[in-house]
Ligand binder design. Structure first.
Ligand SMILES: Nc1nc2c(ncn2[C@@H]2O[C@H](COP(=O)(O)OP(=O)(O)OP(=O)(O)O)[C@@H](O)[C@H]2O)c(=O)[nH]1
Length: 338
């Protein structure tokens, strides 16, 4: 029988740098044929426009959460990939920032076909050095629900301590201590823009079933209970039309300055009046940035592609009507723009 295909599960809280990491791998010199399975949280998917275009194949699963409702889809995609004549050397699975990696990993041990033909190489957890403590110590999570940021660190075989450019040495050491208190076994790799040495993250044979069973004795029980906190929700906006750049920038910077504690993650693909480029907006709590396809961010508009603004806000206490209204008031052609 052929050598099992290596699967890497990439997890990490909202905005930690998972897509950045995937892009780093895709542009790296690994000589492997890689398939990517992506699962994004939020009513409107944006990541398909943010993963850079390469010859690799990307499969999206955006109809629910990979660790709960769409595990059947994951199994179906995996079976399909295994049937391919020209096989993949490796499969990367990017989970949503709110996923528990354990049920995803379990899939490869309880499905009879996958068990024999796939080898879970590692669970890699990307950690945002600036924001992780806020989420590990989140006191607002509903009773009975899991803190997914803690689960993601606990289940990691290797941790990418990312965004070390945003913290001081003391802050970084505090994060390292906290990570080690949750998971003393995982090696920690410090990164900026998730630029880890590929030999340290792919084909590392780091996943250990024994360690996981120690951590979670019912890991192999397909009926094990698993409850997400339901107060973190998303508001998606999908609309044609050109935005006025200054208005949109003012709107988003004010919004994140005032509500960035509760808005964990925001991102979007935007159309601006007077520009043919695709523009990318990225927000993680109060930090935000704009970039464009002309600068290499995201894929440029394809010929004939309908230009649609797609934004998603993920967090607590989101005001859907206010977000939609303020978006509309930034349209260059709207009455409010006059
Ligand atoms: N300063 C800094 N920013 C980073 C670094 N790595 C990623 N970012 C930025 O952080 C933002 C989020 O990165 P993504 O890679 O989209 O994060 P993600 O984990 O895929 O996010 P979601 O899956 O949407 O939750 C983007 O604006 C990135 O450019 C880093 O090392 N330093």
């Amino acid at each position: 029988m052929a050598e099992p295909i290596s699967v890497t599960v990439i997890t990490g809280f909202l905005g930690s740098g998972k897509t950045t990491f995937i892009n780093h791998i895709l542009t790296g010199n690994h000589g492997k044929k890689i398939a990517i399975i992506e699962n994004e949280f939020g009513e409107v998917g944006v990541d398909d426009g943010l993963v850079i275009e390469t010859k690799e194949e990307v499969f999206e699963m955006n109809n629910g959460c990979i660790c709960c409702t769409v595990r059947g889809d994951l199994i179906r995609i995996m079976h399909k990939l295994l049937k391919r004549k020209n096989r993949f050397d490796a499969i990367l699975i990017e989970t949503t920032g709110l996923a528990d990696p354990a049920p995803v990993a379990q899939t490869f041990f309880v499905d009879d076909e996958l068990k024999d033909r796939v080898r879970l190489d590692a669970i890699l957890t990307v950690v945002d050095a600036k924001h992780i403590l806020k989420h590990l110590d989140d006191t607002q999570i509903e009773e009975g629900a899991e803190n997914e940021a803690v689960e993601q660190v606990a289940f990691a075989d290797r941790i990418l301590l990312n965004k070390v450019d945003l913290v001081s040495e003391d802050e970084k050491q505090a994060v390292v201590r906290r990570i080690k208190s949750i998971n003393g076994a995982a090696e920690i790799i410090e990164t900026v823009q998730a630029r880890a040495d590929l030999d340290q993250v792919l084909g590392i044979r780091a996943f250990s079933l024994d360690r996981i069973l120690e951590e979670e004795p019912d890991f192999l029980d397909p009926d094990a209970e698993h409850t997400h906190s339901s107060d973190v929700t998303s508001v998606g906006i999908e609309a044609e039309g050109n935005l006025d750049f200054s208005k949109a920038q003012r709107w988003l910077s004010t919004l994140l300055r005032e509500k960035g504690e509760d808005i964990f993650r925001s991102k979007g693909i935007l159309c601006f009046a007077g520009s043919d480029d695709k523009h990318v907006f990225q927000g993680v709590h109060m930090l935000m940035s704009f970039s464009s396809s002309a600068e290499g961010a995201g894929r440029p508009w394809a010929p004939g592609e309908t230009r649609v603004n797609r934004l998603v806000f993920i967090g607590r206490h989101l005001d859907r009507a206010a977000l939609n209204d303020s978006f509309r008031s930034c349209l260059a052609s709207s009455a409010a723009a006059a």
